[in-house]
Design a protein around this ligand. Sequence first.
Ligand code: C2O
Ligand code: CU
Length: 487
Amino acid sequence: KPISRRQALLLGGVGVAGTAAGSVGLIWTLTSREAPATGSDLAQPPEERSINGQLEVRLEAAPGQLLLAGRQAAALGYNGGIPGPTLRLRAGDVLKIGLVNKLLQTTNLHVHGLHVSPEGNGDNVFVAVDPGGTFDYAYELPEDHPPGVYWYHPHHHGMVADQIFAGLFGAIIVEDPEPIEVSAERVLVISDTTLDGMGNIPEVPEMDRMMGREGELILVNGQSNPHISARPGQRERWRIINTCVSRYLRLRLDGQQLQLLGMDSGRFPTPRTVNELLLTPGNRADLLVTTTTGDSTLLALYQNRRTMPGMVGSGAGARNPADQSDSTALATLRVAGEPAAAPRAVPAQQGPADLRSAPVAARRQIVLATGMGMGMGGGMMRFTINGREFDEARTDTTVAAGGVEEWTLINTSPMDHPFHLHVWPMQIIEEDGAGTNAALWQDVVNVPANGRVRVRVAFKDFRGRSAYHCHILDHEDLGMMAAIEVR
Ligand code: C2O
Ligand code: CU
């Protein structure tokens, strides 16, 4: 039986990352950026770009005094910064990542949303890299890999939520075959965490894990309410990633024109005008922002995840209905100066092949449920898929390669669960009884409390063993995950 999270924390978890790092004499050199004060300009993480079809990077996961919300925090980072470097790729590229584990706990790496092999040294989430260890990942992106916004984060079961909450995440961009004219392109990696007065990330109470923790700070590229400056009439491209462990982001940027190119690996044929975006944990938006005039605030509106009524804790379940108008300023857009020349039209975009009229090889039901079980200290909530908690040794779903399957995702619990399937993108066919009239491909889809969603998945390539799970990563760590094998 794998070591429990509580045991792992006692052995040196993220809650004591800073002090533990000092006590074992790890030398931490700050390679990170200058401290931006609150209200400073939005910084971009360092970028690594593929050359001649290849990108080779070293990612060192380590504890340190890292910059968060303008403060030195005892956190975890890749290569000394939060977020880690942005990796820019093209379809057909080979991405090689040398992961170095300088943590005091086991970790590994998942390239969220990339359509790459789950086997061997590919996107294999069953690899465990122990403290002091290394692992060389190699991912081959197919020639027809969808462009879009992806990301990377640890995926060692039981530790995922804590490690992401402490700062381990970074962006991956797969560039368009044909560029879209914009005056600026920005990556907005949104995360949340909690820092105590000492700059430590406090241990999360068990109740908050069950509800899905929400951090007290919501940050963009590790910054608190940074500024973005633009001229009127400019078209910018914002690549937005929700890396929060549990927080749903309902985003608004009133006063500017917002056009959504797509979500996750999906694309609309022509950009869709939107007023508001809902990103569940794990979701990404590829957004065009055309400035009008005047300043605007990027707001995260409070989003009720319909957690259990009457539950206590600092998670969303603790919010009372009167708080629902709450919002947090994530960034401030300042529009001033001479108007910019009108940008060229966006070329027509193409998403993956539409599966709505494809023959279906198999139909399955995936039931996401919560129930009561017994834990060490008494009653514990259980988080299951088709009645079972995750067991790495068991394969829950075996799929014959080559076909299109239709999965009905059924949530029998009183809280929302964002469902994530690795490797193979899902096309959403029906949400809560209503058919969708757009071809939507997402790798995380919200399954509302007591609701259902129908998706289709083409298992046309990439055999091997991987996983699907709730992307409220506390729920994933508590067992709401299953293993899938395509063969
Ligand atoms: Cu972003 Cu299996 O996770
Ligand atoms: Cu969940």
